[in-house]
Structures are given as structure tokens and as C-alpha cells.
Design a protein around this ligand. Structure first.
Ligand SMILES: Nc1nc2c(ncn2[C@@H]2O[C@H](COP(=O)(O)OP(=O)(O)OP(=O)(O)O)[C@@H](O)[C@H]2O)c(=O)[nH]1
Ligand SMILES: [Mg+2]
Length: 581
């Protein structure tokens, strides 16, 4: 299925042409038919050589430009209509500006009312105007809805047009901009829209971006017929289970759950208008949505938009900007998660940064800017992950991986050079390198290094314990055998011949765990306490762990942190922990 929107000045014959082509009535309202004027969007379709073509018929009157924009927003191709007798008119120009802002690249020009006047003159002027936009050189056809002249040629040209449309991604996450919502007795709420990418199936769950509410698709129709699934590009009508009148309407977006983030502040690059020429208050149109927004110019062609309500924007989205005098131009969304302006000069610096942003989403520059980012976060803003995750779902900029690896190696080397220094703990390395997740530390270890008992050690580190230390430890282990959870202090250990350097060596050899000067534990005590914790009802709190071990807060807090860093316990909600991975 293909979807094409009309465009053109009021009364130029858009609706009459669709009526003649499809035999269907695009003006749905009694008022529209009475006044011979399209007010709101109309939806009709026809069978064609390459599959059905659905049309979104838009109003040409300047008062209804908002409705027009809701219709063309998600549609990839346009049937541009100019009447032979009137030629190029103000809303011809305004509609063209909007199509250019949205970067619509596929179109066809119909010069209507060819029974009233020869179409050539009007065609010449229109082709000149259209040729300067993203639509470029388009074919044209002279046609009369009254006599039917030119209709066969128009059909043939439409077949050619749809043959040249790019395929849409059938597995993309859904972002369905709703252009109509109505209720049917006995069935509840039905919403319609142009599905630009992805596949919707009966039984799918979609999330309403505005509220986060989820709805199951109970029934799916395309062209008034039931369908088990609809693959983009398509016109779809969805009956949503549990939705009531007014719950979902024009401008709402139904999304694949978890696939998006609502954005109220976005940095943009303007197209065909300069930020300084725009008023500080505007309307922004995207998909079928229209919201008020504030505009703050940053650079000669960059600005920050602050939306009155959040929208599920993606990097690379094209939007239309409109003020009270009409369509002003458009913009491409560069950043949907821009930094807050803090200190003086931040806006100027930001303008400099935005100069380097590409128009099309570029995964690698997005990753480089952030350094670290979760795969899902990139996808939510419409950016394909450019590299596989380093660990978990963490992507790290390729250059940064090398730098971090070198810094980590240097940190470890500094510790190993000093025999009295304790080995570098994994969590300290995380803090030192400012990593967002402790799991990144092992992933960044250079060859020859390994993690043992929460410490980073040379993989080949031999058990270099001096005989005296080994004897002292053996005696200690023997003394504490069966003693339960016992905490040692440096002060207690020193008389046994275990000073700071010896404790550090024993820690490297995984015989002692030193959490603080007066919290030193035998490694086997730590192992043993895990059995105690595992026997607790899961999840447990730090307080419960303290009680079970019969120790103090001062001990249990670093101990639990140590266990978490080693992955032997896991934090769940509200500071609760569970044992095991
Ligand atoms: N003679 C002649 N009249 C036409 C032709 N096409 C449309 N008309 C007439 O022009 C008038 C406007 O036609 P519409 O189809 O309503 O125009 P429109 O572009 O849909 O107008 P809006 O939707 O309000 O922007 C109607 O009275 C039509 O009968 C044509 O090919 N020849
Ligand atoms: Mg009309």
C-alpha cells in the first residue's frame, strides 16, 4: 500500500480530483459538502497497478493550515494540485514551504480544471516553484475532474510515482501519529493514522506517549477492511481495548513501549528560515501533532525549542515551524537531550557545538559526544548503535576505550610498584575513571590483568607471601576456625607480624579483605558470611544483614558494598539486596 497526500490552494480541485480518481468522498463532514470546502482531513483510496494507493486529502484554506500539516506530516509523497485558471496562489506557496521543510522528495503536479483553461501556463509557474524545493523536478499532468480528461494519464503518473518511493523499514519501532479518534458504539475508541514505518498486528500493545498508558490493539483495519497486520507505509485504523472517547486523539503518538523518550527541549537546525527572524513563540508541527513552543536562537541557523508539552521526538526529525502569519520554515532536530545552560556563555558554546552536528542521525558522533551511552538510550532517540556493547548494554566511544584502558593500566601499575599499597579495588577504579557502571572495569582491563576478589591484579601475580606472613595467616585462620563472623583490625594484626605491607600482600593473595583500617576480614569469613546472607528472606536490607551477622553498621556497610562490587550480591529496589547474580 502507498500513501499520498494532496496539497494546494483552496478550491483548486483537490477533493474533486480524488472523487474522480477513487469514486470515494473525501469531504466527510456535512458542513464541508454544504460549503464545498474541505475543513479537515479526508481519507480515500483506490486500487492501482502496483497495489492500493490511499490519499490523505488536505484543506487548502489558509485557516486550516494546521489540519493540512497534520495530514502531510507522516506522508512520504504528495499530489500537488494547482488550478489551470488561477495558477500559483498564496497557499500553493505555503503548502510548498511546508513540504520543503518536511523534506518531502516525491511528488506529482496535477494542473486541474483543464476544461476551463489550457494548463501549460499554470504548469510552467508551478514547476518553477516546486523545482526549487526538496521535491525537485516533478512530472505534471493536465486534468479535468469535470470531463475526465487526463485521468488515465494521471493514473499512469501515480503508478510511476509510487514505483519510485523508497521502501519503509518493516521492523522499525512504531510511532503512529494519530490524525483522528472517534468512537463506535459497542467497540469503543478507534484511532487512525499514517503508519510511516514498522508493522502493527492485532494484539500488539502500544503506549500513548503523552500519558504512558498502554493499550492493546483489539481490531486493525486498513481501507475499511480487517487486517491481521499492517506493514508501513499504510493507512491504519486501530480499535484500542480499554480506551474511551477523548483518551487518544489527533496529535497523539502511539509507540512501541520503551522505544522512545518524551522531549520538551530540543536543539534544532533551522531550514529555510533564520532563528533571528522568528518570533520567540511559535507553533511546531511534527507528524500529526501541533504544540506551542518557545524559540531561543543560538547560532545563525541553530536554536533551542522548548515545547509546551513533551513529544516523542527523534534525532533527525523534520518539523514545521509556523507563526501567526503562516508557515515560517522548518527545522531538523539535532539533539533531543541537550545540556541545560548553566554558566554565562553556555549558549554561545552550545552554538559552536551544534555547528558540528550532522543533519542525519550519526551513531558514531552521537556516541563520541557522550562517551558512554546505553544501547537502548540511543535507540529511543532514533539513533542506530554504531558499535556493539562493551559490556551489558553499554556502548563506549572507540577512542575512549583505548584511553581508559591505558589509564587503568597506569593506575594498576602505580599500585603494584608500591609493595605497601593495597591492590586497586574495582570500585575505586570505577570512581577514578568516572565510569557509569562498575561492570565496565573488567571489560576495560588490558591483557595480563585480572579481577580477583574485587581487586585488580596482574594475572600472573604469584603467591609471593613471605614464609613468616604465610605462617601468621595460617595461625590466624586456625584460631578463627569455627569462630563465626569475626572482624579484625590493623591494630590487632600488627603484633602478629601482619603490618600494612603484609596485609596488602595477603589481600593480593586473596587471604585477607581489607575494607578499612579496622575492618579486616579473612577471605573465608567473607565467603562464609555469604551463606548467612543467602539464608535470609530475599531481598534483605542492610539492617537485616547486620543483625544476621551480629555486627555493626560500620562493618556491614563497606562489606555489602564490597560484595555488590564483586557481583556476589545485587542491589534491587529501595536499597534492598539479594545474593547471587
Ligand atoms: N470546471 C471544473 N471545475 C472543477 C474541477 N475540479 C474542481 N472543480 C470545482 O472547483 C470547486 C472546488 O473544488 P474542490 O475539489 O472542492 O477544491 P479543493 O481544492 O478540494 O478545495 P479545498 O479542499 O477547500 O482546499 C468545486 O466547485 C469543483 O466542482 C475541474 O476539473 N473542472
Ligand atoms: Mg478539498
Amino acid at each position: 500500500m502507498f500513501v499520498i497526500a494532496t496539497a494546494g490552494h483552496v478550491d483548486h480541485g483537490k477533493s474533486a480530483l480524488l472523487r474522480a480518481l477513487t469514486g470515494m468522498e473525501p469531504d466527510r463532514w456535512e458542513e464541508e459538502q454544504r460549503r464545498g470546502l474541505t475543513i479537515d482531513l479526508g481519507f480515500v483510496w483506490m486500487e492501482a497497478a502496483r497495489g492500493p494507493i490511499a490519499f490523505v486529502d488536505v484543506p487548502g484554506h489558509e485557516r486550516f493550515v494546521g489540519n493540512m500539516l497534520a495530514g502531510v506530516g507522516p506522508v512520504p509523497a504528495v499530489l500537488f494540485v494547482v488550478a489551470a485558471d488561477e495558477g500559483w496562489m498564496p497557499q500553493s506557496a505555503e503548502h510548498l514551504t511546508a513540504l520543503h521543510a518536511l523534506e518531502v522528495r516525491h511528488g506529482l503536479l496535477a494542473i486541474t480544471k483543464s476544461d476551463v483553461m489550457e494548463p501549460e501556463l499554470a504548469a510552467e509557474e508551478a514547476l518553477l516553484q516546486i523545482g526549487r524545493t526538496s521535491l525537485g523536478d516533478v512530472p505534471w499532468v493536465g486534468v479535468s475532474a469535470r470531463t475526465g480528461d487526463g485521468l488515465p494519464e494521471l493514473r499512469a503518473a501515480l503508478d510511476d510515482l509510487v514505483a519510485g518511493l523508497p521502501a519503509s523499514d518493516p521492523v522499525a519501532p512504531i510511532r503512529l501519529w494519530v490524525d483522528r479518534g472517534f468512537t463506535i458504539r459497542g467497540a469503543g475508541l478507534v484511532v487512525t493514522g499514517t503508519l510511516a514505518a514498522g508493522t502493527i498486528r492485532v494484539g500488539d500493545t502500544l503506549e500513548l506517549a503523552r500519558t504512558g498508558e498502554r493499550y492493546v490493539v483489539r481490531e486493525l483495519q486498513s481501507m475499511n477492511r480487517h487486517a491481521d497486520e499492517a506493514v508501513a507505509v499504510a493507512r491504519v485504523a486501530l480499535n484500542l481495548r480499554g480506551a474511551h472517547r477523548g483518551d487518544v486523539g489527533r496529535g497523539d503518538a502511539l509507540m512501541t513501549p520503551g522505544s522512545y523518550r518524551g522531549t520538551a527541549v530540543a536543539d534544532i537546525r533551522t531550514r529555510h528560515c533564520a532563528p533571528d527572524d522568528l518570533p520567540p513563540g511559535l507553533l511546531v508541527h511534527i507528524g500529526a501533532a501541533t504544540v506551542d513552543c518557545g524559540l531561543r536562537p543560538l547560532g545563525p541557523d541553530t536554536a533551542r525549542l522548548t515545547l509546551s508539552s513533551p513529544l516523542p521526538l527523534r534525532v533527525g526529525d523534520r518539523v514545521v515551524l509556523r507563526h501567526d502569519r503562516g508557515v515560517a520554515g522548518g527545522a531538523v532536530v539535532l539533539d533531543v537531550d541537550p545540556p541545560v545552560f548553566g554558566r554565562r556563555g553556555a549558549a554561545r558554546r552550545r552554538a559552536g557545538q551544534l555547528d558540528g552536528y550532522p543533519d542525519a542521525p550519526d551513531g558514531l558522533s552521537e556516541l563520541r559526544r557522550r562517551g558512554f551511552v546505553r544501547e537502548g538510550t540511543l535507540r529511543q532517540i532514533g539513533v542506530e548503535p554504531p558499535v556493539p556493547p562493551l559490556v551489558g548494554d553499554w556502548l563506549v566511544a572507540p577512542e575512549l576505550v583505548g584511553t581508559l584502558r591505558d589509564r587503568l593500566t597506569a593506575l594498576v601499575a602505580a599500585r603494584t610498584a608500591d609493595p605497601s599499597a593495597a591492590p586497586l579495588r574495582v570500585d575505586d577504579a570505577r570512581k577514578e575513571l568516572d565510569l557509569p557502571d562498575v561492570r565496565l572495569v573488567p571489560a576495560l582491563l588490558a591483557e595480563g590483568l585480572t579481577v580477583r576478589h574485587g581487586m585488580i591484579l596482574p594475572a600472573s601475580a604469584p603467591d609471593q607471601l613471605a614464609p613468616a606472613v604465610r605462617d601468621a595467616l595460617a595461625a590466624l585462620e586456625k584460631r578463627l576456625d569455627g569462630a563465626g563472623f569475626t572482624v579484625l583490625t590493623e591494630a590487632e594484626l600488627a603484633p602478629l607480624g601482619l603490618g600494612r605491607a603484609e596485609i596488602a600482600a595477603a589481600a593480593r593473595a586473596a587471604r585477607l579483605v581489607r575494607l578499612a583500617p579496622d575492618v579486616v576480614l579473612l577471605t573465608r569469613t567473607v565467603d562464609g558470611c555469604l551463606d548467612v546472607l543467602a539464608a535470609l528472606p530475599q531481598p534483605f536490607t542492610a539492617g537485616e544483614a547486620r543483625e544476621a551477622l551480629g555486627t555493626s553498621r560500620k562493618v556491614v556497610v563497606p562489606l555489602l558494598e564490597h560484595l555488590a562490587n564483586e557481583g556476589r550480591t545485587r542491589r534491587v529496589v529501595d536499597g534492598h539486596l539479594v545474593t547471587g547474580r
